[in-house]
Ligand binder design. Structure first.
Ligand code: 5AD
Ligand code: SF4
Length: 442
């Protein structure tokens, strides 16, 4: 078996990934499966026998970029080009016409068969499309496939059933399913044994987690008691399913990091209703204020869409008002992009492009100036930085890491290693970057 793997021909694979953290995790799954079957990773497309691109469909722009990139990559000679992920699921066979050099299209629930299908296509040629959803499928962790060790992703749910009216995800990733809690505990222990200090639990909506009567809070408690992972994070959450137990856990146990990513999308009740978000602006603000009553220093980040069909200046001003009131550490901001098959696709995309762009710019400025104020207030404070790499700025080298609140900090002058938790004083802010120095122990 070993010999067969080492001598297998055409086994060099180059990978690229578009989209969110879920996609990054899925690419680890794909790499793990390919590795198990004798394929190995290479770092440039020129060396590759196989190229696999994992794609995103959330906005049209992401798809246009992926198609462009696939066509670029298809210029490499004697390469089998494969596309996976949400765009593969959404477009199926029709991508073959847009990317003539493409041999394989596989949706997010079809990765188990990738190695065998790829071997067959390498041997016999041809093209293959598979895009079947399987509402019971979860993927195991492949702990060894990533070089980065300190901070790792782990998907705990797949799929989404919220059906926000603008969003294509429920149609492409299928129904919510939760990974068995015993498996999650084993996988976190495996990551920890491999040097991980931090795990980020992933799902389209992690608070929908439910496996054998264990809900998300139950899962966090199990992770706290049955693993030694130092930091636990999670992404992403929905206001509809928020359980305030999570803020109590943050207050009681510093291993649960005091940060929540809670998309609000729009500050206008009318828009929230037609987005089918299931909450009002006052409910969102209420969640934040009761969370901060429990955990006053909670860091909040969010997602916001501008230019949803029929959004007026007044609606948009209500979005800005939420931004002011909450004080987000950061926000992912998007122009509404109509997606065929969603409910909102039936509504007229009535906000002109220039208006969307203008609102986006105003929004980004507002988010940026609040972010700056939050970061400025941190100068002079002391925090624990979990280091996960190094960066060079000009002539200087820094160790980079994050605070428990998910804020990036660069540390000077240390002989640190990745995975160290360094107590540091934040001494300056430069272009939205915090810099610090180790507080020396006596
Ligand atoms: N247009 C613009 N943004 C979208 N998102 C999801 N669907 C769309 C769309 N059709 C954004 C939402 C979501 C994030 C992942 O992407 O803000 O939270
Ligand atoms: Fe899309 Fe809404 Fe599900 Fe997020 S919660 S993936 S925005 S449908």
């Amino acid at each position: 078996m070993k010999l067969m793997r080492d001598t297998m021909k055409n086994n060099k694979v180059y990978y690229e990934c578009f989209g969110c953290q879920m996609n990054a995790f899925d690419l680890e799954v794909i790499k793990g499966m390919m590795l198990q079957d004798g394929f190995r990773s290479v770092s440039s497309p020129a060396e590759a026998d196989v190229i696999i691109v994992n794609t995103c469909s959330v906005r049209e722009h992401a798809e246009t970029r992926a198609i462009g990139r696939l066509n670029d990559l298809s210029r490499h000679k004697n390469v089998l080009l494969a596309v996976c992920g949400c765009m593969a699921q959404r477009m199926g066979e029709s991508i073959l016409e847009l990317v003539p050099g493409l041999s394989l299209v596989a949706g997010p629930d079809n990765y188990n068969m990738l190695p065998s299908v790829i071997k067959e296509l390498l041997d016999s040629g041809g093209r293959y499309v598979v895009a079947d959803l399987d509402s019971s499928l979860t993927y195991p962790l492949f702990p060894q496939v990533e070089n980065k060790r300190v901070s790792r992703f782990l998907s705990i749910t797949r799929g989404c059933e919220n059906y926000c009216s603008y969003c294509i995800v429920p149609y492409l990733r299928g129904r919510v399913r939760s990974k068995m809690h015993r498996q999650i505990i084993d996988e976190i222990n495996m990551l920890h044994d491999n040097g991980a200090k931090e795990v980020t639990l992933l799902g389209q909506n992690v608070m929908a987690y439910n496996s054998s009567e264990i809900d998300f809070i139950g899962l966090l408690n199990l992770i706290l008691s049955e693993t030694e992972i130092e930091r636990i994070r999670f992404l992403t959450t929905h206001p509809r399913d928020i359980n305030s137990g999570v803020f109590e856990l943050m207050a009681d146990n510093k291993r649960v990091c005091p940060h929540i990513h809670l998309p609000f999308q729009s500050g206008s009740d009318r828009i929230l209703k037609i987005m089918n978000r299931g909450y009002s602006r006052s409910h969102y603000l209420e969640i934040i204020s009761s969370a901060r009553a429990i955990k006053p220093d909670l860091a909040v980040t969010t997602d916001i869409i501008v230019g949803f069909p029929s959004e007026t200046d007044d609606d948009f001003n209500e979005t800005l008002d939420i931004v002011e009131k909450v004080g987000f550490d950061s926000a992912f901001t998007f122009k509404y992009s109509p997606r065929a098959g969603t409910q909102a696709f039936g509504m007229e995309d009535s906000v002109p492009r220039e208006v969307k762009e203008n609102r986006l710019e105003i929004l980004n400025n507002a988010v940026g100036s609040i972010r700056k104020k939050i970061l400025e207030r941190l100068v002079g404070s002391i925090d624990e930085i979990l280091l996960d790499g190094t960066v060079k700025k000009g002539e200087n080298h820094y160790s980079k890491g994050r605070t428990p609140h998910f804020r990036n900090v660069l540390l000077e002058n240390g002989s640190f290693s990745d995975g160290d938790v360094v107590k540091a004083v934040i001494d300056r802010l430069l272009n939205y970057t915090l810099y610090g120095k180790e507080v020396r122990r006596r």
